[in-house]
Design a protein around this ligand. Sequence first.
Ligand code: ARG
Length: 245
Amino acid sequence: FSLILAACGTSGNGDDANGEGKKTLKVVTDAAYAPFEYLEGDKIVGFDIDFINAVAEEAGYELNIVNTGWDPLFVEIEDEIADVAISAITINDDRKQTYDFSVPYFLSTNKILVPENSDIKGAADLTDKVVAVQNGTTGQEAVEGLLGTNSSNIKKFENNNLAIMELLSGGADAVVADNTVVEEYAKNNPNEKLVVVEDTDAFESEYYGLMFPKGSELKAEFDAAINKVFESGKYAEIYKEWFGS
Ligand code: ARG
């Protein structure tokens, strides 16, 4: 019976699939956002994945992590099809109206990714350029703040890798996305000759959180577990593995 439920995507609540009395939670993510969540073959890996595994271990849950993509993950949480989302999701007032968030676990800000020879040296230079963003992200909002909400110069993509492809193919002058993501991309793909614009306080600071259905009882349990993962040094260990210090 639980298999049928799982196949319908309505499961995740209360399964005891492993026989150890641990519930399995359905976790949704958009695994196109290295180094936070991405695919290695068909395996979902990344900082966020290691982090939520550590938190779940602390809280006593098994996880079934599913790569739904970005827009669908919000639907799955709102409709309580999934139990929790992790996807470098920024905690903001707008989202808080519909979802509950854990305590923050990562500090971020949007940054501008451009070709090495670009004349874009700061956010102010974006106003007459074509900018690629991932649809429905704080990066999109940040660019809309500069170019206007309905600007036809903003190209929106289903995931951030497609936005970067657009930049590489010359269809956009810049990508705006989370600093860690664009910095790692530029660093790990030297042949693409991309740089991150050093316009330090162009955009606001943001914090990532785990996202739950509104009213979920898991929030309190996960907050406690996150604090333990911070206090035990496990967070620092995972951070070091991914970011070196
Ligand atoms: N932090 C940004 C936001 O919450 C972008 C996150 C995109 N994450 C992803 N896995 N594609 O809007």
